[in-house]
Design a protein around this ligand. Sequence first.
Ligand SMILES: NC(=O)C1=CN([C@@H]2O[C@H](COP(=O)(O)OP(=O)(O)OC[C@H]3O[C@@H](n4cnc5c(N)ncnc54)[C@H](OP(=O)(O)O)[C@@H]3O)[C@@H](O)[C@H]2O)C=CC1
Ligand SMILES: O=C1OC[C@@H](O)[C@H](O)[C@H]1O
Length: 393
Amino acid sequence: MASQPFTVKWGIMATGGIAQTFTKDLLTNPASRDVDDVAHKLVAVASSSSKDSAASFLEKVKAPEGVKAYGSYAELVNNADVDIVYVATPHSHHFQNTMLALEAGKNVLCEKAFTVNAAQARKLVETAKAKNLFLMEAVWTRYFPLSVKIRELVQSGAIGPVYRVIADNSVGNDGPDGTVTFPDEHRMVNPDLAGGALLDLGIYSLTWLFQILYHLQPESQKEAPKTVAAINKYRTGADEMTNIILQFPQHKSMGVAMTALRIATDTDGKNSGGPAIKIQGPLGEIQVVGPAFRPQQYRIVKKDCDGKVEVVDCPIPTDAERGYWGHGMFWEADECARCLRDGKKESATLPLSESIVIMEVMEEALKQGDVQYPELITTAVFDPNSSLNTGKN
Ligand SMILES: NC(=O)C1=CN([C@@H]2O[C@H](COP(=O)(O)OP(=O)(O)OC[C@H]3O[C@@H](n4cnc5c(N)ncnc54)[C@H](OP(=O)(O)O)[C@@H]3O)[C@@H](O)[C@H]2O)C=CC1
Ligand SMILES: O=C1OC[C@@H](O)[C@H](O)[C@H]1O
């Protein structure tokens, strides 16, 4: 008989869109994705707006009886039953909210982008290490079986050494009279919420560059990239289009990461425009069909394939007994559970040192494009009473 799964007790910080999606994934049966070694239990949710918002969240996700609803983040992180906190607030809040949880002794899975700048990322990592806590940036795509297979394929030498990766994660939100369709207050374009294409969407383009060109470098040859960026700013001051070239001179490799708010990677919604990602070596290329954050198909085009392209589908499993829920976020949750079970303080698939290098690249790109964010959200000094933690000005 199989042994009991290791069950992790989750606390959810914030009640917005992705908090709901993630929590629904947590509530799916792991067997629906052929997992039996770990399981998840929802024990609490907190809203900085009100306890009612937290209660309404629990209704929306059809939470089981007994899950606690809190009207403040402080109550959540002080719940002794919570093993790990999922931080699902805007980027602007990640540093203060994650510090709040770490200081209360909680392990943390923090949404992307990890922070607003590299100094904040370093402080989070330093704090987690000092307190012997698990910390991970929630770049869910890295944990897709599709990503695992592609990394293995590249490592096996299937296309030879990868010299170039091109990745795009752009959305077609062009609006009238020079606008984009997001209101200026929306987290996608609002500098007070660390809005902009790069931190929200471009991070996935960088994820593809990093998980191939950086992550797979042998430890003894780890080389951080040189960064060259071009940015168009929106009227709010946030970036609306950002293109970054990363160069790894010792590895003779380069990556091109693109992101934009006015033009979509997938113009017709049917992927007629081709792959979102191209991973290129002298023996061939791997093409990943977008979106870059939630891909479900890749193709292998070998130099000598004579037009015979291998197409590999990797559908995301759903749970028929729970309304066909299943978005693909459960794989990163499973990773957290396995790390906690095994006493690991970080994920080998996205080490904290790598999250820091990615933040350094994004900070450098934003600097080159003269994108600036306010002091309240860029400081690397923790303040439990910050309005970012209390929700009150
Ligand atoms: N992995 C993925 O696929 C995705 C990840 N994300 C990431 O998740 C995070 C949240 O995004 P998303 O859920 O779409 O955002 P939403 O705006 O839908 O939700 C954000 C939540 O954060 C809380 N919050 C606290 N302070 C503020 C504030 N000043 N303004 C707005 N919200 C505030 C609110 O919850 P409350 O009032 O309950 O405290 C709010 O509901 C971002 O970092 C984003 O990059 C987003 C979408 C997809
Ligand atoms: O992480 C994300 O992935 C999906 C996008 O639609 C969203 O804006 C972004 O935050």
